[in-house]
Design a protein around this ligand. Structure first.
Ligand code: SAM
Ligand code: SF4
Ligand code: SF4
Length: 358
């Protein structure tokens, strides 16, 4: 039986302290986390994110000149942390490890005064080679996306491009490099990889790796999302029954998206991230920076604020801070809470997951 009481506060992200006055949006939510997409390219073609029939050889990704340079990313990150209250940075993509010299960017971001957490989300395929360099550069934690443990399902889900053994080596390398706790994200789709839920939980139980199961989300417009392909959080929890008593853990910080559970016997933790019907928009303190320099207020954003053009036009820091303040101050996004309403207004152009960075 799952026990939803409170338990040990283990395997959590570092708590974020809140010392300074905060920039608040229209719903009084502070800006705490910036997710930075360092590229919109990827070496996988996950069906739920970049289906290969759409993202084929002829697909035109953002040109190199349009992608933010490391100096530009660092400048925005520094302003976000030192002047706007951001405490946590997460590098994502596309596949961030396909961006050349990523450790050099991490080396530039890690020393930012006031930064409390620096993390990476990756598909893990190139992690075995890079984990050491990333950790030495100052990366603190890594989240690896892994949707199945069996080779055929994994290969299919990655669009025929991924090798699960390589990803598992990447996870081991990340642990060995001290990027802990390593977290695993598994997007659960009905009829596709439900069998992976239990297999992943069993494999990583007691190994210091937190597995987080994510409801399939209707991000973007190209992933053939259907309401009945979603496996709900309660169902996911039910699949874990019998692995040990799970105790619900309290949130470690404002805006935490995962419901976390610890095994009562001390063998680790798992998380479930619900897209709905338990939306967490009220606590959402994350902004996203797209690879081409747009600031996005929500994972489901349709538009962003272009920060690249003013930077390349030579504006000063105050003007950039003011632009971010205006964008966040006007933020009223609460997509998950409004999803039912939005389903009936389909056809609107939303940004795709690989552009927004997950
Ligand atoms: N390429 C990296 C990776 O896969 O970890 C980072 C970028 S990816 C867009 C970030 C996260 O978004 C991944 O964990 C991925 O599984 C998740 N994701 C992508 N499309 C999704 C969808 N439709 N629903 C839920 N999660 C999704
Ligand atoms: Fe690439 Fe990550 Fe999207 Fe998969 S989820 S296609 S690995 S960006
Ligand atoms: Fe945040 Fe948007 Fe997700 Fe709501 S839907 S939790 S506002 S990113």
């Amino acid at each position: 039986m799952l026990d939803f009481g409170t338990g040990a506060n283990m395997f959590s992200s570092p708590p974020m302290t809140e010392a300074r006055p905060q920039l608040l949006d229209r719903l009084q939510r502070p800006l705490r986390e910036l997710r930075i997409s360092v590229t919109d390219r990827c070496n996988f073609r996950c069906s739920y994110c970049m289906p290969e029939d759409v993202y084929d050889e002829g697909y035109r990704f953002t040109r190199r000149a349009e992608i933010l340079r490391f100096e530009e990313i660092t400048r925005l990150a520094r302003l976000a942390v030192q002047r706007l209250g951001v405490r946590k940075l997460r590098l994502t993509g596309g596949e961030p490890l396909t961006r050349r010299e990523l450790p050099a960017l991490i080396q530039m971001l890690a020393p930012i005064d006031g930064l409390q957490d620096l993390a990476l989300t990756t598909n893990g395929s190139l992690l075995a080679f890079q984990a050491d360099a990333l950790a030495r550069a100052g990366l603190r934690r890594a989240t690896v996306s892994l949707d199945a443990l069996d080779a055929p399902t994994f290969a299919k889900l990655s669009g025929g491009r991924g090798d699960v053994a390589e990803v598992l080596r990447g996870i081991e390398a990340a642990q060995a490099a001290g990027l802990s706790p390593v977290k695993i994200n598994c997007v659960v789709q009905r009829g596709v990889n439900e069998h992976a839920v239990r297999a992943l939980a069993e494999r990583f139980r007691g190994r210091g790796v937190v597995v987080r199961f994510i409801e399939f989300m209707d991000v973007g417009t190209r992933n053939a999302w259907q309401p009945d392909s979603v496996v709900g959080a309660d169902e996911i929890c039910a699949m874990l029954e019998g692995l040990g008593t799970l105790e619900r853990l309290p949130a470690t910080h404002h805006g935490e998206v995962a419901q976390r559970y610890a095994y009562a016997d001390g063998q680790g933790a798992v998380g479930v991230i619900a897209a709905g019907p338990r939306p967490c928009c009220g606590d959402c303190t994350r902004a996203r920076l797209s690879a081409d320099g747009r600031l996005l207020n929500c994972l489901f954003a349709e538009h962003g604020t272009d920060l690249r053009a003013p930077m390349r036009d030579g504006v000063g820091d105050d003007a950039l801070v003011a632009a971010i303040e205006r964008a966040w101050g006007a933020r009223g996004d609460r997509y998950s809470e409004q999803r039912a309403e939005r389903w009936s207004r389909d056809g609107r152009r939303r940004l795709e997951m690989y552009q927004v960075g997950g």
